[in-house]
Structures are given as C-alpha cells and as structure tokens.
Design a protein around this ligand. Structure first.
Ligand code: DGY
Length: 333
C-alpha cells in the first residue's frame, strides 16, 4: 500500500502525476474551500498533506488527524501552520522559500509604481469615459526613481526589492529588520539600516515584507501611518494583519498618506469596505507569487518535500524542512 496524501487545492496535472508515482492521492479538482470539519475528515488515514497558505494547520486540527506525518506547503509564509505543535507530534513541516522571491518582488514593485503613479486610479477614470482633455495636474503623482525606498523586513524578498530599487531606479534604500544584514550585503544593495521610526519618517515609498506572527500584528497602524510623509506610499505584499486595514483606509481617505498598494488583507478574501471606497489604493487578490513558472516551481518544491519525507525508499532529505529535527523521530509511512 502506498502512503496516502491529500492535496488541498486544485493543482497542476503534472504535479499531481508526480505525487501519484509514490502515493495514493486525493485531490480537490473543484478547488473547494473545505470547511474545517471536512478537512479533518479528509485527512483521516492521510500521512501527508499538500497545503497552501489558506489551510489552517493548528494544534487542534493536528490532534484530530493522528496519521499525519508531513505538512508540506507550497507557500513561503507559514503563519497558517503551528510548527511547534507539528514538531511535538513528529510531523515534518516544509515551506517553499527561494523559488518565489523574484516574482513576488516584481509584484511589490508593480504595486509601488502603480500606487505612486496612480495607474489604476487613472485607468478607472479613463474607462468611465471621463477623459475629455489633457491637463497639467491630471493624475500627477509622486516619482519612484530617485525617491527613498524604505523596506520593512529584509529577507530574500526584501533584498530583491532593494536590488530593483537601487540598481533599476536609482533609489537610496533604507531598511529595518529584526537583524542587520552583513556589511557586504548592505554594500551590494546600497541599503542603510535605520530604526523603524526613521524609516517611517524618511521613506518616500515603504514596502512591507515581514513574516506575520503575533509579534508583528498591526506593525503598521494609525500611529505609524501618522509618522509617514503625506506624499508617501505604503505597499504590503507579505500578509494581511501586518497592517491595520481600517486605520489605513482612514489615512488614505483623509490623504494622510498619498497612496497604497495591497496584495494581502486582514480578512482575505474579504476586503475592508473602507479600502474599496477610496480611490488612492491599488488592490490585488494575493497574487504576489502568481506567475505560472513560479507557481509550478512552488508546487514542485512541495512535492519534493513530500516525496523525501514519506515516499517508501526515499533517500534525500526534504529540501526545505522547517523542523528537520523531527526526522530522527518521525516514523516514515
Ligand atoms: C506565500 O508563498 O507565502 C505567498 O504569499 C502565497 O501564499
């Protein structure tokens, strides 16, 4: 008998075919969002689960799924997975870092450019048929080239954004992070470490690329927005919950900052109505990593991790395990 694996969302056919070489696979071809009870029911007897950032893998759910030995996510962010609870149960957890870095940085830059240059706001105006003549201040926004780029969170994606800003757009780059980068990396990126307060005060365009946790909840709220320049933009491509959406909607409505670009939301897929009401925000539905080659690479990395962890006779270590220490204790299925 092959080990059983559940794939929680509709997936590329060739990726599922790879899994079927090693496992009995249950798929979700309808791409339904399974309620919690149904997810638990489907996980009975499953040794592995292929998840995205949408399925909660919390301690209570894990306790109800005693056969589980591997939780492999195709996302880089893993705030939906209780890693310590998995470790305590001998469940291997993996995520998908690296493969989506450049694609996600591209979208961060796209949102920042669109917000600063009022791209979607002006497109809506045009589509409404309101464009009757050219005028000197029509949709005049802020410049991106040469402006100060402030990056909150300087992991792989933050660094890829810094590189785009410094090398492509001649932007002085300042950043704030839990830990400071090595001087050689700072020099390569032309990035200067500053306090969060200095970043809020001095940046013309702020991009958030911080992992979400209880400690980073509402990293940007009303107090932080009040410290930003009135001409500044704020872009969030990391996770909803890092920004207080209600406070941001109000700051945008009152023009306390110029504009925002958001790919993630506190209650996604629900979007705060205040954000839908204001013109000066560019909104995308969590598509940071959504290029086809990157989504395929993310999915294949999750499969690599499942195969390495659970396939009978597998020899390789899971390439991107978050708790490799469980491998000494986890019985292979
Ligand atoms: C990630 O990989 O964390 C992206 O946000 C997709 O969920």
């Amino acid at each position: 008998m092959k080990p059983q694996v559940l794939v929680c969302r509709a997936m590329f056919a060739d990726v599922v075919a790879r899994l079927r070489e090693h496992f009995e696979v249950e798929t979700n071809d309808a791409d339904d969002t399974w309620p919690r009870g149904e997810l638990i029911r489907r996980l009975q007897g499953k040794a592995g689960v292929f998840v995205t950032s949408s399925e909660p893998m919390d301690a209570k759910l894990l306790a109800a799924c005693p056969d589980l030995k591997a939780v492999c996510s195709m996302a880089v962010g893993y705030n939906n997975i209780d890693v310590p609870a998995c470790t305590a149960r001998g469940i291997l957890v993996s995520n998908a870092p690296g493969v989506l870095t450049e694609t996600t940085a591209d979208l961060g830059f796209a949102l920042m450019l669109a917000a600063a240059r009022r791209v979607t706001e002006s497109e809506r105006f045009l589509r409404r048929g309101e464009w009757t003549r050219w005028s000197v201040e029509m949709f005049a926004g802020g410049d991106v080239h040469g402006a100060t780029l402030g990056i909150l969170g300087m992991g792989r994606i933050g660094q890829a954004i810094a590189r785009r800003g410094a090398l492509g757009f001649s932007m002085p780059v300042i950043y704030h992070n839990r830990s400071r980068l090595a001087p050689s990396i700072e020099a390569e990126l032309g990035a200067r470490y500053v306090s969060k307060e200095a970043l809020l005060r001095d940046a013309d365009h702020i991009v958030i690329v911080v992992p979400y946790s209880a400690a980073s909840h509402h990293l940007i709220g009303a107090a932080e927005l009040a410290q930003m320049k009135r001409t500044a933009t704020l872009t969030n491509i990391a996770r909803g919950g890092l920004v207080d959406d209600a406070a941001l909607a109000e700051a945008l409505r009152e023009r306390r900052i110029a504009a925002a670009g958001l790919d993630v939301f506190e209650e996604e897929p629900k979007v705060h109505p205040g954000l839908l009401d204001v013109p000066n925000v560019v909104l995308t539905p969590h598509i940071g990593s959504a290029s086809l080659p990157t989504r395929r690479a993310m999915a294949n990395l999750a499969v690599d991790n499942l195969i390495a962890t659970l396939a009978p006779g597998a020899r390789e270590a899971p390439p991107t395990a978050l708790n490799p220490e469980v491998l000494g204790t986890a019985p292979s299925a």
